[in-house]
Design a protein around this ligand. Sequence first.
Ligand SMILES: C[S@@+](CC[C@H](N)C(=O)[O-])C[C@H]1O[C@@H](n2cnc3c(N)ncnc32)[C@H](O)[C@@H]1O
Length: 507
Amino acid sequence: MELVSFVHQRTMEYLDTVTKAERKAIGQFFTPVQIAEFMGELSDSHKETVRILDPGAGSGILSAALIEQLNRQTIKTIQLDLYENNRSIVPLLEKNLEYIKEWASVHGVILSYRIFTDNFITENKFAWTGLLQNNKYDIVIANPPYRKISKNAPEALVMREIVYGQPNLYFLFMAMGARLLNAGGEFIYIVPRSFSSGLYFTAFRKWFLDEMQITNLHLFLSREAVSGFDSILQETVILRAVKSSQRPAYIKITETEDANGFDNITEFSVPYSTCVRQDGDSFLFFPSCRNDVEVLSFINHWDYTLTDLGYKMKTGIVVDFRETQWLREKVDVDTIPLLWAYNFENNRIRFPRSSPGKPQYLLSTSDTRRLQMKVDNYLLIKRFTSKEERKRLQCALLFKDDFASYESISTENHLNFITRMDGTDLSNEELHGLFVILNSSYMDRYFRILNGSTQVNANEINAIPFPAHSEITQLGKEAMQYHVLDEAACDTILEKKYTNALLCQAI
Ligand SMILES: C[S@@+](CC[C@H](N)C(=O)[O-])C[C@H]1O[C@@H](n2cnc3c(N)ncnc32)[C@H](O)[C@@H]1O
């Protein structure tokens, strides 16, 4: 039996002996056979001697896959280091490695291996700080543990330069793996895609994209969870990168429906700069078809961000369970409107709404000044949508004239709002112009390519490209002529203004 199938079979037997909850607590999910094989085949090594690192090795399936691949090339000697700190799986890992060593020997390859039962991150802390020689490996291959840890956890303290907020072990494993590579070394990981845009990952992203050049991305299109893998593949990417300062011209993107779809793989190449934005945020984009590439080129050609233009998206102010004493179900002389995502209706705000559990008013007192906003035009966007919903960016126009009878208004925390940073009013043209952009299918698609999750974070919207102020107001003027300003109308207005042939085919 070939190596990967052998390891897989034994892993399945191991799965019967531990509960899913036990594995989840330590971030232990096993890579399915086809994914492991695909990851192994991503290696382009043609050396005779290689040093491999497999951090968070589990039962060793990724090493098995890589060794099978190297065996198809010119390999003669392999030195393999594996890290696995879960004592329950180490006996299986040892047995599998013995089998792999014998298999290699039958194929004329000398394999020596070491299993470290220590914590991969803390054990390599001196390599991270540079106190020890840190370039050791030619290839690192991993499916790292997915687990949030505290920002004071030992692992986070070791790598504090790239930690901001609450870190997740998976990106610390990415950074440490990259650090331990030789120049020209290969990095092959399957990881959640959340690191590509989130604010908490910015320091890591910058560090990683400076050190490493991405050559391949693999995306999964199906939303279905894959049995045995315990996670939704659509939120996962396979990444191959090389430790080098030389930027490749293109990134090769491959896609399958799911973990079983590798017989039906599609591929295309995308200019490096389309996938990796070289600015303060270092966003990484995962386009899944040519149309996505066109949407990226279109939106990325805009030179400004909301903050450059003097606008800011902020998060709704009232966290309801913290402010219950100030919330009111009924209007009174001293109440002001409290707007929820629940008040969105056809891109407008319907207020008040009968709303069990969503009090529509806030008591206006000196204690609640901090929760109040001036009555103005605002563009509102829901912070959370469900996976099944067609649109990720769900916007509503809030007109100050509709609330002119109130001294102020307030917003609940499940929505975001755009306002002007200098405190002056948002004009009707600006409001409509921003709406045209954010409510268009182009921006919705752009946002999905950027962000695999269903959350719309204010800091991400503040960093995405927008056109110049004069163009926003022109779009707004045009939009104000429309009776029905839905997504199709917003697309039409954009297409008319940016009569870019590519854009017209983009969606
Ligand atoms: C997602 S699993 C992947 C296992 C295997 N590489 C595979 O692809 O099937 C991650 C593994 O990392 C191990 N692990 C978690 N934290 C670790 C740490 N700090 N140091 C070493 N191993 C760790 C877990 O026990 C788990 O077996």
